[in-house]
Design a binder for this molecule. Structure first.
Ligand code: ADP
Ligand code: ZN
Ligand code: ZN
Length: 672
């Protein structure tokens, strides 16, 4: 009787043994095939991980596999190792990792009939590549010569200012890999960025079977594209973070664009960083990986520049914009202590907006806060619009007359009068994009104003329509959140005004300055990309702050080095490794009690170099009626932390907790 060991999507750190179905003998070549097996009273899809000689269970206790699914080639061995790494590193059950990274269509017992016809993509006219700039050439030659000399794994940090032609470097690398018969994986942080890059890649490599993978594809399309990657017909896979788990038998190059972007971090289930997993995958496969950004994450920057340890990444730099005569925009600070703001806007910015209107150029007003106002208040009794379920305010959305919680999704109609005292004069406090839009409409009645935020661009379709409008010059002034800051080329845009940036300078999250700098640098990068020079105006009460000073000089290295020095002194990442245990329950006491029990594990003191902090309520303690608390674990050594977590994880699973308590462990948390 042949034993088949199967990985299943269950939250247990073990596999399950079955007997081979009658009349079917599996061979080692079948490891990695999907199988349908009985589990409890249902059936499940699993993956064959082994054909062991013995089972811990007697044969009569084992059930039989119902069917071996041979519609796909087996999942390759390096895909197994990738899942194993993630399960171990992120403390997740291996079976869950393996099955949950398959597209839904391949996990289902009764998959819908695959449509036979494959939508034939328009083949764009083949585009001729530009002649490389000196800096692009230097970067490429470095990677090529490393590859010819040693081959194998190497990580590159391509630090290039916005518009320096990083994408062109990626395209040349893709060309090399394709010519060598390899597959390429291109990761981008956001679905919104895929169409642009997709168009450029498709135009350059019309025959490479470019395929995309992201969460907005239909189940059928995702399954089809994933399958094409596995069977090798897709030579280029372009996708968001989930695409890092695509099996690619001939993988020869990984590119992670905008590598600093927080969207690479998965925020539920297995909380992985696709960028970090990508580096592991490249190392494991022995191939080059290129991480590109104008504002690299401080982790990557430290890896590429720390001179005390042998640099782990090779730094490649593009200092100049690629298009001849395109210069970086002039960045100016507007001291809002000296100048009284009118509805949140300074006279300097208003005049600059007026000038652009006269010249027929585009402007962008950047404010990272959507809605009309962050809160509604009663001036008579002090009532403010609080969310009943969260420790947060309800945001006023005047466009559709709603109050909304941005944390739990609760919403209600805007009250006509104060709910506590009946006063009719209730006032919005503070400003969001909708309010700035309204203010601008009043000031510039002749201007065509377009608001771009998650409310106006809910779907990819809406987003694409907005981008098209901007490109066609159908808008004079854009009002937008960070959505607009990323990777877009708007040729007529010559002015960017940034509002409300100061809030991040003194936020309690010590990563806030890093994010602010990246956002402002990216948004500044939108101005003046073609022949028209750009100008950036930042309204601030702290013009002498070093962050803004570095920004004015476009000096990312100065900013990054200063931040790293602070991090080192404070003992923060990347000079320490962290994990966070979080618990949430209807009662805060239950959440804290769970963490206290976890912390009290007597063996914990036996782990040198691992520090467990006290359990504390989270900064926003209540969300959607759950009270949340967290416990930080820290170590100067990644290995020591991993060793501890592996043992501690087993203990956590045995802690008795109230039924409504939920907990998770996050490795390398980004938010606190
Ligand atoms: P990045 O990704 O660094 O922001 P892109 O790759 O999008 O920059 O390039 C910015 C602009 O410069 C694009 O319009 C691109 O076509 C152009 N470009 C890139 N490389 C060159 C080159 N070598 N010569 C001329 N134009 C180039
Ligand atoms: Zn009132
Ligand atoms: Zn809420």
């Amino acid at each position: 009787m042949q034993i088949v060991r199967v990985a299943l999507d269950v939250p247990l750190h073990r596999f399950f043994d079955y007997l081979a179905p009658a009349g079917d003998v599996l061979t080692a070549a079948d490891i990695g095939l999907r199988v349908r097996v009985p589990f409890g009273r249902q059936a499940k899809i699993g993956v064959v991980v082994d054909l062991p000689e013995h089972s811990d269970f007697a044969p009569e206790q084992l059930k039989s596999v119902e069917a071996v699914l041979r519609d796909l080639p087996p999942l390759p061995a390096d895909w197994f190792r990738l899942c194993e790494f993630c399960a171990a590193y992120y403390q997740a059950p291996l079976g869950e990792v393996m099955i949950s990274t398959l597209p839904a269509g391949l996990r289902r017992i009764d998959p819908p009939k695959a449509r036979a016809a494959r939508r034939v993509a328009k083949t764009p006219a083949k585009q001729t590549p530009p002649e490389l700039t000196h800096e692009q050439l230097t970067a490429l030659e470095r990677i090529a010569s490393d590859d010819e000399q040693n081959g194998g794994f190497r990580a590159y940090l391509l630090h290039g200012v916005t518009g320096s032609g990083k994408t062109e470097v990626y395209l040349r690398l893709v060309e090399r890999a394709l010519a060598a018969g390899r597959q390429v994986l291109l990761l981008v942080p956001e679905i919104n960025l895929t169409p642009q890059l997709e168009a450029r890649v498709a135009a350059r490599f019309p025959d490479a079977g470019l395929t995309s993978l992201h969460s907005e594809l239909t189940e059928a399309a995702r399954t089809r594209n994933w399958r094409a990657a596995l069977d090798g017909s897709a030579r280029i896979v372009l996708g968001t973070r989930l695409a890092i788990f695509t099996p690619l038998p001939d993988l020869g190059l990984i590119v992670v664009d905008e590598e600093h972007d927080a969207s690479f971090k998965q925020q539920d289930g297995m909380r992985y960083s696709a960028r970090d997993v990508a580096v592991f995958r490249a190392r494991e496969r022995g191939i080059p990986i290129v991480l590109g950004s104008a504002t690299p994450s401080l982790e990557s920057w430290a890896n590429a520049t720390d001179t005390r340890t042998p640099a782990r990444y090779t730094l490649l730099t593009l200092r100049e914009r690629a298009v001849t005569n395109a210069r970086l925009p002039a960045v100016q600070r507007i001291d809002t202590r000296l100048e009284k703001l009118q509805d949140g806007l300074s006279g300097v910015l208003l005049r600059a907006l007026g000038q652009r209107l006269e010249r027929g150029e585009q402007s962008l007003v950047f404010l990272n806060r959507r809605g009309y106002a962050p809160v509604l208040t009663c001036t008579a009794c002090g009532w403010i619009s609080r969310c009943q379920r969260c420790a947060a305010n309800l945001v006023l959305h005047l466009a559709d007359g709603r109050l909304r919680c941005h944390h739990c999704g609760f919403e209600c109609r805007v009250p006509r009068a104060c709910p506590t005292c009946g006063n009719q004069d209730i006032q919005p406090f503070g400003r969001g994009t909708q309010r700035i839009e309204a203010v601008l409409a009043e000031r510039f009645p002749q201007a065509r104003i377009l608001r771009v935020d998650r409310d106006s661009a809910k779907s990819r379709k809406q987003w694409e329509a907005l981008v098209e409008q901007i490109h066609d010059g159908a808008a004079d002034i854009l009002v937008g959140t960070q959505m607009l800051a990323k990777g877009h080329d708007f040729p007529k845009l010559t002015l960017v005004g940034a509002l409300g940036a100061d809030a991040a300078l003194f936020a309690s999250d010590w990563r806030a300055p890093e994010r602010l700098f990246a956002q402002l640098m990216q948004v500044a990068g939108r101005a003046g990309r073609a022949e028209l020079p750009g100008e950036v105006l930042i309204q601030t009460q702290f013009p002498e702050h070093p962050l803004y000073a570095a920004l004015v000089r476009h000096d990312y290295p100065a900013f990054a080095d200063a931040q790293l020095k602070e991090r080192e002194q404070a003992g923060f990442p990347p000079y320490a490794y962290q994990a966070m245990l979080r618990a949430e329950a209807p009662q805060l006491a239950d959440s804290l009690a769970f963490l206290t029990t976890a912390r009290a594990w007597p063996e914990a003191s036996a782990y040198a170099d691992v520090m467990l902090y006290d359990p504390v309520p989270m900064r926003m303690a209540r969300r959607a009626n759950f009270e949340r608390a967290q416990l930080l674990i820290e170590s100067p050594s990644r290995r020591a932390l991993q060793h501890f977590l592996a043992d501690w994880g087993e203990l956590l699973a045995t802690i008795k907790a109230p039924s409504r308590l939920r907990w998770h462990l996050e490795v390398d948390p980004l938010e606190f």
